[in-house]
Design a protein around this ligand. Structure first.
Ligand code: FRU
Length: 306
């Protein structure tokens, strides 16, 4: 793998308004919170942040905005050295999420407001010079355009002899987004979506997803299914399962973005540090656990790969 190349994270960036409460509020009551803050959020955006905190070169590809509300997000991307050279611009207000962190249970409740914010298109994507990137990470959304973006990467690789790794964060709209798994090297599948599907274990999730992906004839992606405190299970391309236990955080402070940090840890360990699947998932578990021990993402940097 080429360590000089960057990672490209494709998706959304949003404002997360985070409210910290002792316990989850009862509906229609008037309460005070313990504290609160806001930060740049969004799945691919958080993956970029954690990768950067871990010292990996990363660019973000999503729609940026010239609106006043977005200025702080731009400033944060710039301050962290997350590249945005390919991002199209709109004047629309950014999407936002209202997040409640409940201290007694450690839960994070997210209410997302998309505001019909535009998404990047394949036409935007083909302007990117893919020679910069050795790994492209996608959110499972905007299916038609995302599928074409993935196809463009595969065509680019065929023409140039480059090997670009593609990963997918699969969290929503199973039937619609299933086709996005085919061109991928790695699919990270969410526990929440698995539960919605009625799948009760990470093993079952890997198995059911693998069965649904098959039939296309091409090489199957590696499936990774993080299952919170139960650890993660992955299914490799030879059909073998691997179980990797989670790490118990010393304290549960902030679970928002733990899944995104897991993804970043996995990408860093696989791409930059060239770890095998098991070791990379183990590192991802450590990163997710570390993330939970503090607010935001900056404190993760104290965790180096061993
Ligand atoms: C966490 C997160 C938040 C964002 C929400 C979007 O995984 O990316 O930062 O508000 O999910 O669905």
């Amino acid at each position: 793998m080429n360590q000089k190349k960057s990672v490209l994270c494709v998706g959304c960036t949003v404002i997360d308004f985070v409210t910290i409460v002792g316990s989850y509020p009862k509906e229609d009551t008037d309460r005070r919170c313990l504290d609160g803050f806001w930060q740049r959020g969004g799945n691919a955006s958080n993956v970029s942040t954690t990768l950067r905190v871990l010292g990996t070169k990363v660019d973000f590809f999503g729609i940026l905005s010239s609106s006043d509300a977005f200025r702080v997000l731009l400033e944060d991307l710039r301050r962290r050295g997350i590249g945005t050279r390919n991002c199209p611009l709109t004047s629309r207000d950014p999407p936002f999420s209202s997040v409640i962190l409940s201290q007694d249970t450690g839960s994070r409740t997210i209410i997302h407001c998309n505001k019909d914010y535009p998404q990047t298109t394949w036409e935007d994507f083909i302007k990117i010079d893919l020679s910069y990137y050795g790994w492209v990470h996608f959110e499972a959304r905007n299916t038609t355009h995302t599928a074409k973006m993935m196809q463009s990467i595969r065509e680019y690789d065929r023409k140039t002899g480059q090997r670009t790794f593609i990963s997918l964060d699969f969290e929503t709209r199973y039937d619609q987004n299933l086709e996005l798994c085919h061109p991928c090297d790695y699919v990270i599948f969410s526990k929440e979506l698995a539960t919605d599907k009625g799948w009760t274990t990470p093993q079952q999730t890997c198995q059911e997803l693998a069965a649904d992906i098959s039939g296309n004839g091409s090489k199957k992606p590696i499936i990774i299914c993080p299952w919170g405190s139960d650890g993660a299970v992955c299914l490799d391309s030879s059909g073998n399962f691997h179980k990797c236990s989670s790490y118990q955080p010393e304290k549960v402070v902030d679970t928002l973005g733990a899944g995104d940090s897991f993804v970043a840890g996995f990408i860093k360990a696989t791409f930059e540090d060239q770890r095998c699947l098991r070791e990379a998932v183990d590192y991802a578990n450590r990163i997710a656990s570390r993330k939970i021990e503090g607010f935001g993402y900056d404190h993760i940097n104290s965790l180096s790969i061993t």
